[in-house]
Design a protein around this ligand. Structure first.
Ligand code: ATP
Length: 358
């Protein structure tokens, strides 16, 4: 039996707005789940329903097989870290960490033990006497995480906890949160709009759009087996390239390129004959020049961006824009004409109407 079960969960706000539709998910004990999707897709609403901060309009939420819809936030065994984590500015790091336990009237000796243990996990041991203003943003964020994990709860919810940090601090905190998760073993649900955070931290990712789950899967699944255009375009940076074209006799034409997709489509070729399909390929899946078992495309180079480990090449395939990721030593000249190849297994085809993977 799953540890957390969300069955046909819906959220309709009092103003009538239907923010979450038929959300179904089973979460195992100790899993690190990430909800990801663009702003307004219903991630925070779902998290807040799990936390008990928002009523569930329809559906069942079970913790360890027991219905928890009506349980208050304090009775769910949940700790939460929000995007804006106000620390008490006049209290030291130690007191900020200890505050919740002190309120509960726990023994000073036990509190000290717990604070020191959590400070050790979070690398805050040397900062316990400092005030929040005298530590870095990343350290403050760790105190906020510490306040949540000190309570030894089974479920840990985080809503965009890294959004106030700069890019470098975010990278550090990402691995720290994964590390904390491994040490505490708490079941974690983490909300972000950043696909890199989702890919690097999650055991499983839930991709959402406009209140609906699009796909649930491991980072590997979502990257290599996206079920639709939305997931394919959301996971991966730079995003997957898409070109719309009509299938004629098993082929599509992009500018002056005619690509034979009959082998890739197999017996589905007849179903899509005369219909629009979406042709997709990842920027990093191409090779420059011609290659075997691939589709070759001629394009002109509009712009190149050297990033160090690779170069992003912006190309025009006679009217269609795409990005290619190439080895910096192979960076083509600006305005030159090039040919590149996409291995058959890296070609993604989607139904032009439903946008579902073919
Ligand atoms: P973000 O990343 O911007 O926080 P999100 O995916 O977490 O977005 P939610 O905050 O869950 O999105 O909001 C989902 C939708 O519900 C949005 O369209 C939002 O405007 C709407 N919404 C949120 N709170 C309320 C409310 N109290 N009343 C009515 N609509 C709301």
């Amino acid at each position: 039996m799953a540890y957390l079960s969300l069955k046909d969960i819906n959220k309709i706000y009092p103003n009538g707005f239907h923010a979450v539709h038929d959300f179904n998910l089973e979460i195992e004990k100790g899993e690190f789940i990430v909800f990801v999707g663009p702003s307004g897709c219903g991630k925070s609403t779902t998290l807040r329903m799990i936390a008990g901060l928002e009523d569930i309009s329809k559906g069942d939420f079970l913790i360890d097989g027991v219905r928890a819809n009506e349980k208050g936030p304090r009775d769910r065994g949940i700790a939460m870290v929000f995007q804006s984590y106000a620390l008490y500015p006049q209290m030291t790091v130690y007191d900020n960490l200890a505050f919740g336990l002190t309120l509960q009237g726990i023994d000073e000796d036990i509190i000290e033990k717990k604070v020191k243990n959590v400070a050790g996990i979070l690398g805050l041991t040397d900062y316990l006497d400092r005030l929040p203003k005298a530590i870095s943003g990343g350290q403050r964020q760790r105190v906020a995480v510490g306040r949540a994990i000190i309570r030894k709860v089974g479920i840990f919810l985080m809503d965009e906890p890294l959004s106030n940090l700069d890019a470098k601090q975010r990278v550090t905190m990402r691995s720290e949160i994964t590390d904390i998760h491994n040490k505490t073993g708490a079941t974690t649900i983490y909300v972000t709009h950043d696909q890199t955070e989702a890919m690097t931290m999650a055991d499983r990712i839930v991709v959402m759009k406009e209140g609906y789950i699009q796909q649930v899967g491991t980072p590997y699944d979502l990257y290599f087996n996206p079920v639709n255009v939305f997931v394919a375009g959301f996971i991966g940076e730079p995003p997957m390239n898409f070109v719309r074209a009509t299938l004629k006799k098993g082929k599509i034409t992009i500018g002056k390129n005619t690509l034979d997709l009959s082998e890739k489509l197999g017996d589905k070729a007849s179903k899509y004959e005369g219909k629009e399909i979406v042709f997709g390929f990842r920027p990093e899946a191409i090779v420059l020049g011609k290659a075997e078992n691939s589709l070759s495309i001629k394009a002109s180079v509009e712009l190149t961006e050297l990033l160090g480990d690779n170069t992003n090449v912006y190309v025009d395939i006679q009217g269609e824009k795409s990005i290619l990721k190439v080895n910096p030593h192979d960076t083509p000249e600006m305005d030159s004409d090039i040919e590149f190849s996409i291995p058959f297994e890296s070609v993604y085809l989607f139904d032009g109407e439903t946008e579902k993977r073919i």
